[in-house]
Design a protein. Structure first.
Length: 165
């Protein structure tokens, strides 16, 4: 039982720390809505405020309760992660890795929303004029966590199918 909490909590804490550190660095070095080119034509560091969800979803929505909604969603995700830790197969390290990544990402964006009322995004990937919405380390953690959970479910389904033959 300790291993799953240590892996999930440790990974979550590392992602949270890296996320908050990088956001503080961006805030102190790049003025709001400005950018610094890292790889011309492909990657910039930017300083953007996002009131929506990952990758700018609902960023431009003008909903009065939006910040509170995303705070509640993040808090619920954290509670669900700890509930899952108690109930899932303790040998599934891929699942615990995914839960840790999502935990760190959810907490990273939750801290922003509580601290400043929005999320700070700073990674801008693009080709020509086609930009992916700006994102941050927390969003990367959430995305990698989702992929790990899908891999875990796929592996479990495959194992289950081989046992029923």
């Amino acid at each position: 039982m300790r291993t799953r909490y240590a892996l999930t909590g440790g990974l979550g804490a590392a992602i949270l720390a890296l996320d908050q550190l990088t956001k503080l660095l961006i805030q102190s070095s790049i003025p709001l809505y400005e950018s610094r080119t890292v790889i011309p034509g492909f990657f910039d560091l930017v300083h953007i405020h996002n009131r929506g969800a990952a990758f700018g979803f609902l960023n431009r929505a003008d909903i009065e309760w939006q910040t509170y909604f995303f705070i509640a969603v993040s808090a619920l995700a954290v509670v669900l992660i700890f509930q899952l830790l108690r109930t899932v197969d303790r040998r599934d390290m891929v699942l615990f890795t995914g839960l840790g990544c999502i935990l760190g990402g959810a907490l990273g964006n939750l801290v922003d929303r509580i601290r400043v009322g929005h999320v700070i995004d700073f990674l801008d990937i693009y080709i020509g004029s086609a930009h992916w919405p700006a994102f941050n380390i927390a969003d990367i953690g959430i995305s990698i966590g989702g992929i790990c959970i899908l891999v875990s479910f796929y592996r479990r389904k495959k194992r289950h199918a081989s046992h029923t033959r």
